[in-house]
Design a protein around this ligand. Sequence first.
Ligand code: PLP
Length: 386
Amino acid sequence: MHSHGFSSRIAWDSRPNPLTVLLAWKRSENARVLDLTESNPTRAGFSYPQEQILTALAHPQALRYHPEPRGLTPAREAVSQYYKQRGVEVEPARVIITASTSEAYAYVFKLLCNPGDEVLVPCPSYPLFDHLAAMESVRVKQYPLRYDGAWHIDFPALAAAITPRTRALVIVNPNNPTGSFLKREEWTRIGELGVPIISDEVFADFAFAPDATRVATLAEPQNVLTFVLSGLSKIAGLPQMKLGWIVASGPHHEKALDGLEWIADTFLSVGTPVQLALPQLLQAGGEVRAQIMERTRANLALLHGLLAVSSPVHVLSVEGGWNVTLQVPRTLSEEQWALDLLAHDDVLVQPGFFYDFESEAFLVLSLMTPSDVFREGLQRILARIR
Ligand SMILES: Cc1ncc(COP(=O)(O)O)c(C=O)c1O
């Protein structure tokens, strides 16, 4: 490892993967690539309440700098209101405003971990954890989720992953890309482990159907130290606003909040205009969310329709979120499927290993893809696999 005197937090010798290289070449050739990986809601053809959003950002008090490390009161009250609408009481005093969910992870890792400590993360899941942890000199240990028609936490494997250096357990509820929610019975067992919990609920508002066995949120007071993370990027489809939050509860949560305040005070990273706009942005987000739900539902129905007849492609069951996973024949590696689809059919999908699927061969598609692109892309995928 030649870091030339720079920190080893950064992956200095990372090279673009073959799919990225091929995509760059396709784009340079002006190919019309059907992108079935679009996860940026501001690029996916939704109609945003533009007036409301832009007006909200022009609050007269945005001309004044009066920082509050935990977040401006109107912003913390807006978060409280967001949970109230979901039937959950979250006092503004339990809320810390951050610039994103990613920053919220960084804050909680700084709060709980010394260099070399460990955090448990689900597998498969969102690939940013490795980087977020590396930036804090923290080690990631994966605990597996297993699929048998539905996704479950593998508890023996989870217990085996706990060491004296374990400082937190990350739950992604619902998980990305599996779209699986945490179940009540799973939460009971996790709570007994006595490990502080980080619950990433950025996709919590995107469930395809209700389910009473599910944990909707861990934002209400818990018996174990718990940090719920969410923000505007997914629930309101507004990643560019850069506003997220942490809701703390459980033993010593007040001390935890003091620590988070100390961390936040070091950076004071959240802009005043977006904090003042939060009540309006959350309201506007409702409209965006409804459009996203309509799109993801329609694409899922389309997918099931196209695959209804006997097919070599199997759709993994998905309860919520923005992604869906296809299991494809192992005649090729999933990377080769993705490369072939892009090279020959101009269709871009993600291979499962981007999310650390334990076995082959899985492809991940974004349900947010505009439906005409989604349909055509799927038809080409099916034609290739058949
Ligand atoms: C599970 C999960 N958590 C967090 C994030 C990042 O959210 P933010 O934009 O608030 O940092 C993402 C983005 O894809 C995600 O999939």
